[in-house]
Design a binder for this molecule. Structure first.
Ligand SMILES: Cc1ncc(COP(=O)(O)O)c(C=O)c1O
Length: 450
């Protein structure tokens, strides 16, 4: 749900900071062009690393002075963070030996030949973000080498099917470069069972990446961080400051559990800009020149702080729960929402049929026709509300066990209420407007369900 065309309201202090970032115009690619921001970036990365991986202070003290150790980097967003993680994972899967220079130097074909694999793959749930498809394309895996494991009724990856797939890939000599856990999924807000995925990744010796672009920021919240249990076992984690850490756009983060791994796998130097033993962050980043967006993240983490950010996250969840309760009061959705039971509840998905049509639908698995009706109502309703109304609710297509009669999935509304300025009245207004359009639509389509 969007308010006034914004993704979310920003804390007041971010606006003057954006002027400062522009005025200073520091380039975090190297120390000489960002003498202050390079240190700030290092400091924030350590802070985030501590939040997720909680190493002892001595560990961080030892790392901070070592120019070949890095905890990750700030990226333009979650897409580049995920791509960076897959780049590291791929190079890590085909390392240097005495008679092989590693995939980084010798390339994909030589690496597969040397290690006697037929192919390489990325494995994650069917709700993986599409940035992994970009990564598979760019890194030379090909989209067909992304294996999407079906989800259960709570939209979490089915680990029984994951194990089956990993066994199958092993037999076919296909090297899995990374297993992806999602926290939480873009479409429905579900969180994979990270603890179990970490164990499976360990057993099969696979790099474990958690895409926490949406939900990773809940690590800040004492109340909700238990939902991320197992994330501390990840080899890398993506988070997005511009989603739930309330920074302006351009604040993705990739974190590596091991401070050595990026230097070992992707480090590049260039004599005109980045020296071998320098502090230059550009050695291990995909992007070259980068703005000092770290200042926004630093400000969120220090000015709002853990308490302020937790309060904002609590509000997001409170508003989302309120909307879900309204949805039940109005009986928009004839089923209780499975997504809402024990996930981050950041997203809610629903479809909007009037009571009359709801009662005509049977309670178990929907038929193909019923799925088509739900999709029709969602699509048409969104179109009408956008064109003739004041509210707007985004939509997506969900494929899951619940809608298994519809192979292409069904259209449902997707709501993310992260903006703390959204009021109960705003939420009520959007829902009531939808009901009004829904009733009109139904009158026109009274014979829709026979
Ligand atoms: C789970 C997940 N991963 C990655 C991304 C990509 O992030 P960005 O849009 O910042 O590149 C998103 C964006 O919505 C996401 O939801």
């Amino acid at each position: 749900m969007y308010c006034h065309g914004n993704t979310s309201a920003l804390p007041f202090f971010q606006r003057p900071l954006s002027k400062l970032v522009t005025s200073l115009n520091q380039n975090v690619v190297k120390i000489e062009t960002s003498s202050t921001m390079t240190f700030l970036e290092k400091e924030v990365l350590i802070k985030l690393h501590k939040l997720f991986f909680n190493e002892i202070n001595a560990f961080y003290e030892k790392c901070i002075t070592n120019n070949n150790k890095t905890f990750g980097c700030i990226t333009s967003g979650g897409t580049v963070a995920n791509l960076t993680a897959m780049w590291v994972a791929r190079n890590n899967a085909f390392p240097k030996t005495e008679d092989f220079e590693g995939i980084e130097k010798e390339g994909v074909i030589s690496a597969l030949k040397y290690y006697e694999y037929n192919d390489m793959a990325i494995v994650g749930s069917e709700l993986m973000h599409y940035s992994f498809r970009k990564a598979a394309d760019i890194l030379g895996l090909g989209l067909n080498n992304i294996y999407s494991i079906p989800t259960d009724s709570e939209y979490k990856m089915r680990t029984d099917l994951l194990i089956k797939k990993l066994e199958e890939l092993k037999l076919k000599r296909i090297k899995v470069i990374a297993l992806i856990g999602i926290a939480c999924t873009t479409e429905v807000g579900s969180i994979d069972n990270l603890e179990v995925l970490a164990e499976i990744a360990k057993k099969y010796n696979i790099f474990f990446h958690v895409d926490g672009a949406w939900g990773g920021s809940f690590i800040i919240s004492d109340k909700y961080k238990y939902l991320l249990k197992g994330i501390e076992k990840a080899d890398s984690i993506t988070i997005d400051g511009h989603k739930l850490l309330y920074t302006p756009m351009g604040c993705g983060v990739i974190l590596f559990k091991s401070p050595y791994i990026a230097s070992k796998t992707i480090k590049k130097v260039a004599s005109y800009i980045i020296r071998e033993n320098s502090m230059d962050h550009g050695k291990t980043t995909l992007e070259g020149s980068r703005p000092a967006n770290i200042l926004y993240l630093h400000a969120s983490l220090t000015l709002l702080g853990q308490h302020g950010l937790s309060t904002l996250l609590d509000m997001a969840i409170y508003n989302t729960k309120y909307m879900a309760s309204l949805k039940c009061n109005y009986k928009i959705d004839k089923q209780s929402d499975p997504i809402f039971k024990d996930n981050l509840n950041k997203n809610i998905n629903y479809y909007n049929l009037s009571n009359e049509n709801n009662s005509k639908l049977n309670n178990s698995l929907y038929s193909k026709e019923e799925n088509q009706i739900i999709s029709y109502f969602t699509n048409e309703l969104q179109f009408r509300q956008k064109k003739y109304g004041k509210g707007f609710v985004s939509k997506t297509t969900i494929k899951s066990a619940k809608y298994s009669n519809c192979k292409d999935g069904i259209s449902v509304f997707r709501v993310v209420i992260a903006n703390p300025l959204v009021t109960k009245e705003n939420i009520k207004f959007v829902i009531e407007e939808q009901i009004k359009f829904g009733l009109d639509l139904e009158k026109e389509k009274s014979n829709f369900i026979n």
